[in-house]
Design a protein around this ligand. Sequence first.
Ligand code: SAM
Length: 196
Amino acid sequence: MQRWFGHPVFAWAGLRPVQAQHTEAEHNALSKYARGKRNVVELGVAEGASAVALREAMDDRGTLHLIDPYHLSRLPMLNFLRRAARKAVNGFDGAKVVWHEQFSYQAAADWKGPIDFLFLDGDHQENAVEQDWNQWSPFLAKDAVVVFHDARVFPDGWTEKDNGPVRFVDRKFRNNRESPWSILDEVDSLVFVARR
Ligand SMILES: C[S@@+](CC[C@H](N)C(=O)[O-])C[C@H]1O[C@@H](n2cnc3c(N)ncnc32)[C@H](O)[C@@H]1O
């Protein structure tokens, strides 16, 4: 019954809130670091719970770019996951929202302009996280903050040390003193990085 109720059609119909795929502590940390940022990009939106947190926190004169192909719907014409996200994120006033119904690597290919806050929560395979980093990091502004979800093992959490984002963050930032980027903060499965 609970699994059935988890279908995004119920969120779209307003019969349940959108499903957050992050903890309350992660939600608060996303809000803290996105606060006042103007050019915010999220890779992997799902029902839009984290996108709502970002839109609420960021500068309302800014732009929130939401990138998700919404490719897993069994009924692509209806696609209630996409509808639930749009309803949740567009349901209040705030920063301009631009939806990119694309894979992150497709959106990156045509990208222009600086990014102040980048949230990576799309394809979690290690090579895909690395590709996202390689394609998106050239657009990061000097004081940009980047955050990876499911990127660290924490007490009573769901992540494991061989998960793609954990392996990438460990290799690229945690165990790499040569990197011009360093870990700024860590909250549950989130790892925030910024330039040294
Ligand atoms: C873990 S969910 C995102 C959860 C969301 N950030 C939240 O906290 O509420 C992952 C999403 O990434 C999307 N996705 C998968 N591969 C992707 C890619 N290459 N680029 C962008 N989005 C992708 C999926 O369609 C799915 O909706």
